[in-house]
Design a protein around this ligand. Structure first.
Ligand code: FAD
Length: 547
């Protein structure tokens, strides 16, 4: 029998990110993957700003960027009747290099990292190669989870290797990061709710080495072709030589012809693969059952419009990871693991909704299509104008949703100290920096040019801001007396105090705010107990703070 602390099922991006964070925290994990290799087909291609902040914390952001789309490539989005025609709409989005320069030039609480285009078939092997260097993590490909049973002290799982060997694995906890058809979720009997099987599309991967340099309307990442009824959608992959095409084609062979027509210019290309994929807007009723958890696509399935699939799953992994580590280290209280579902399921539901809204917008501009869309006539021009007008509004629900990506807040979490009032709008697509308890700590540049995110350790951080003399009272001692790691950090300078709007801040290992105030909390022991999961918000009698 193999023994481990955490059994992670599935080496997609979410299972790999979970293994990476747990491994860096020294937790013993076994990561099993039924396939023999990482994914070969294209799927996701955009890590959003929050995922890149997380990868920076994990020390791999620049490795991801080195492997992804070159930093100077723009991320523009176009609507046109073919790749050879002028744009009907051109939405410019900065390259990583330009976006980083903008972030460096501002200290207004905007996220620390911009997005990164990296194809899933590049990201997964990269993450795997990094995870495999961690001494506490074992990675086993060609090993499929078949069943599991939990008892009071752990989980016993059965797995089958690609050679047909049966393995028994004993773990303290099991996390199913095993994708949309999750064995773990199904065996737990947890239903998915929402809209399943909305439509099935074909996706083809092309090698078209000369296209990137030859697009008259300009270089970008998304090209929507305004030609119905299939509306080909062409997406740049990280090499700039590979492209995916999405279309509701009736056969694999048709995909090559659709691509040729969408190009509108004579260019050599090779179709490397075609696969079908189905759109869903679904979220699981539960994310956990005792010692078993689900994360990523196992827990929520979105339409990729808006890029909220893997990115939401990375958020799940990073919420669960430190809580598992805390409980295994002995200082995490019982509310910590219970809070995983309470924090992440509302975000799953919210992101499913946002992705649905993004998809509806795409349907809206497509409805304005008329067969004359490519005609060089006044009527054709009118069709293009109306499609473009709608596109210009609706496409922004896909590409301008930083508030959804980085502005999520754990409302009503049992391990966040509650503050009276409603707090900022949790569904605002615009990102507005806030330290309202439950929110992710906004990025600020410190006086020495470093980022506060880089200064915070892997435990709790108690920040005193702007040279304030505010006395945190017994809060530090109360946190430490639970056994939890805590750093007390002086943060001088006006900018952090202005952006954070308070003198004292208690931040968790995943950089979400637990408590804030201008003077010591009235009941430091209670705040510490809530923060570390030894008491819940519900048990707390004191819901007002000194705030
Ligand atoms: C066309 C397309 C474009 C997309 N674009 C984006 C994007 O730009 N941004 C974004 O964030 N998301 C995007 N997504 C969604 C993204 O691909 C998924 O959300 C992401 O792959 C989910 O990661 P995961 O690790 O949860 O699951 P998966 O990637 O599905 O990985 C699950 C793994 O578990 C393994 N597994 C399953 N069952 C078992 C078992 N019993 N035992 C062992 N192993 C098992 C599987 O083999 C698989 O490797 C896109 C998806 C599609 C289809």
């Amino acid at each position: 029998m193999i023994e481990t602390q955490v059994l992670i099922v599935g080496a997609g991006p979410v299972g790999l990110t979970l293994a990476l964070d747990l491994g860096q925290r020294g937790v013993r994990c076994l990561l099993i993957e039924r396939n023999l290799t990482s994914i070969q087909l294209p799927k996701m291609e955009r890590c959003n700003a929050r995922t890149m902040e997380i990868y920076r914390r994990l020390g791999i952001a620049e490795k991801v960027r080195d492997a992804g789309l070159p930093r100077q490539c723009p991320m523009d989005v176009f609507l046109a009747t073919s790749m050879a025609e002028p744009a009907i709409v051109h939405l410019p989005y900065p390259s990583v290099a330009d976006a980083k320069a903008e972030i460096a030039a501002h200290n207004d609480g905007r996220p620390l990292e911009p997005y990164q285009l990296i194809s899933q078939y590049t990201l997964e092997p990269l993450l795997r190669s990094i995870v495999e260097t961690l001494p506490s993590v074992t990675v086993q490909f060609g090993c499929e989870l078949t069943s599991f049973l939990q008892d009071a002290s752990g989980v016993t799982a059965e797995a089958k290797t690609s050679e047909g060997k049966l393995e028994t694995i004993r773990a303290s906890y099991l996390v199913g990061c095993d994708g949309g058809s999750s064995t773990v979720r199904k065996q737990l009997g947890v239903p998915l709710r929402g809209r399943g099987r909305i439509r099935t599309l074909r996706q083809a991967l092309f090698h078209c080495p000369d296209l990137y340099e030859r697009i008259p309307m300009g270089q970008g990442r998304h090209y929507h072709i305004a030609e119905g009824p299939l509306f080909p959608f062409i997406i740049l992959q990280d090499s700039t030589r590979h492209w995916t095409l999405h279309a509701a084609a009736s056969s694999d062979r048709e995909m090559a012809e659709i691509f040729r027509q969408a190009l509108g210019m004579p260019l050599a290309f090779e179709m490397l693969s075609v696969n079908e994929w189905t759109q869903h807007l679904l979220c699981a009723d539960h994310y956990s059952d005792g010692r078993i958890f689900i994360a990523g696509d196992a827990a929520h399935l979105v339409i990729p419009t808006g890029g909220l699939g893997m990115n939401t799953g990375v958020g799940d992994a990073i919420d669960l990871s430190w809580k598992l580590a805390a409980v295994l280290a002995g200082w995490g209280g019982p509310q910590l693991l219970a809070s995983y579902e309470k924090e992440r399921r509302p975000i799953g539901l919210r992101n499913v909704k946002a992705s649905g809204a993004a998809m509806e917008g795409r349907l809206s501009w497509r409805e304005a299509y008329r067969p004359n869309a490519s005609d060089k006539t006044p009527e054709g021009a009118a069709t293009r104008t109306e499609m473009g007008r709608r596109f210009d509004v609706e496409q922004r629900k896909v590409t301008e949703i930083l508030g959804i990506e980085a502005g999520y807040r754990y409302i009503g979490s049992p391990v966040v100290w509650p503050e009276s009032g409603d707090g900022p709008d949790p569904e605002n697509p615009q990102y507005v920096p806030t330290t309202w308890p439950g929110a992710r700590l906004p990025h600020v540049w410190l006086k020495d040019g470093s980022a506060i995110h880089d200064r915070l350790g892997s435990g709790y951080s108690l920040l005193r801001l702007g040279g304030s003399a505010a006395d945190p009272g017994g809060l530090a001692q109360a946190i430490r007396s639970t056994g939890a790691p805590l750093d007390v950090i002086e943060v001088p300078g006006e900018a952090p105090r202005d952006i954070y709007g308070c003198d004292l801040l208690l931040v968790r290992p995943d950089l979400h705010v637990v408590w804030r105030g201008n003077q010591a909390p009235e009941n430091a022991e209670r705040v510490a107990a809530v923060a570390t999961g030894h008491a819940s918000e519900g048990e707390s009698t004191n819901t007002a703070t000194s705030w």
